[in-house]
Design a protein around this ligand. Structure first.
Ligand SMILES: [Zn+2]
Length: 312
């Protein structure tokens, strides 16, 4: 039972024919238009305010309701997505972390995407990582190259072994200080020596976000610095939430009695949800793949589909 809600998650949406980085994994603008044609023929696209009302039991969703969500605050979302949605009278829900949009910080997750997209041959990138590991063997937290490769260099259905090895080493396997310094070095060598300018081009600005809010788009929290909130301590969780609520208030979004959390990396647990309830958060979006059932699912842990789950 419950009211069905199909939530779709998007990241990069751009004109890949004109992109300097055609190997970035994302949705082409033509595919986005086709997907909207498909979704609007099968579903009724609702506003986030409709979902909040349904969660509160003050209104019901239409049958075949769908909601469109856009993570990470990319400039794509202002340049490409916003005009298309605005033309069609559809609301999108956007979740920019604070740091890239307000402070121009490049997110770790994006640094790794562009390092991998900078070349067809992952071998020199993996070799650079291995050199850094060998040069850090006196650090007790650093394992040997052989151990790391045995643990992480395994292909999956999307990526070959070298690519997976690079991703896992830079995302999680290496101690945080080492992986940040290695990722910065790789970015400077393979992508750009000017990270600040790169970040300014990658993310939307605060003024653009304000403009989108004034035009009826919905903005919610994606944390401040895009960390795994379920793995963070209580003080970090509160800092991340407080910072993002201040930012949403600056954009003109309500933050007092209803707002939406989109968990970075989908990182969610029950304790985090309890903290969010203290903050009057109404809806939480995860990356579990399913149709959301309003009235059945915990509203602070609603599942989402990926754009790749639908025709493009
Ligand atoms: Zn994200």
């Amino acid at each position: 039972m419950g009211q069905d809600l199909t939530i779709v998650m998007y990241h990069y949406v751009r004109d890949f024919a004109r992109s300097r980085y055609p190997d970035i994994k994302g949705l082409d603008v033509a595919g986005f238009r086709r997907q909207l044609d498909h979704l609007t023929s099968r579903f009724q696209i609702v506003r986030m305010e409709d979902v909040i009302d349904a969660v509160r039991g003050t209104n019901e969703l239409p049958p075949d309701a769908a909601l469109l969500t856009f993570d990470d605050g990319y400039a794509d979302h202002f340049d490409v997505v916003f005009p298309i949605l605005h033309d069609r009278g559809i609301q999108g829900s956007f979740f920019p972390p604070v740091a890239p949009v307000r402070d121009g910080t490049l997110l770790d997750v994006n640094r790794v995407h562009y390092i991998l997209a900078s070349t067809d041959d992952p071998a020199p990138i993996a070799a650079t990582i291995d050199e850094a590991v060998e040069a850090s063997q006196e650090n007790a937290d650093v394992q040997t190259v052989a151990d790391y490769r045995a643990a992480w260099a395994h292909p999956n259905r999307f990526d070959d072994a070298e690519t997976i090895y690079i991703k896992r080493m830079l995302q999680t396997a290496l101690p945080v200080d080492l992986r940040e310094s290695v990722a910065r070095d790789l970015f400077a060598r393979f992508v750009s020596v000017d990270e600040a300018t790169f970040a300014a081009e990658l993310y939307m600005t605060r003024d653009q976000a304000r403009h989108m809010v004034r035009s009826g788009m919905y903005f919610g929290s994606h944390g401040t610095s895009h960390v795994w909130l379920n793995h963070a301590d209580d003080a970090t969780r509160r800092t991340e939430i407080d910072g993002s609520l201040d930012f949403l208030a600056e954009l003109g979004m309500p933050t007092e009695d209803s707002w939406v959390m989109c968990y970075p990396f989908g990182g969610w647990d029950a304790e985090l949800a309890n903290l969010l309830r203290e903050y009057h958060c109404t809806v939480g979006l995860t990356t579990r793949v399913a149709t959301a059932k309003i009235g059945v699912d915990d509203p602070l842990a609603l599942p989402r589909f990926d754009t790749n789950d639908f025709p493009q």
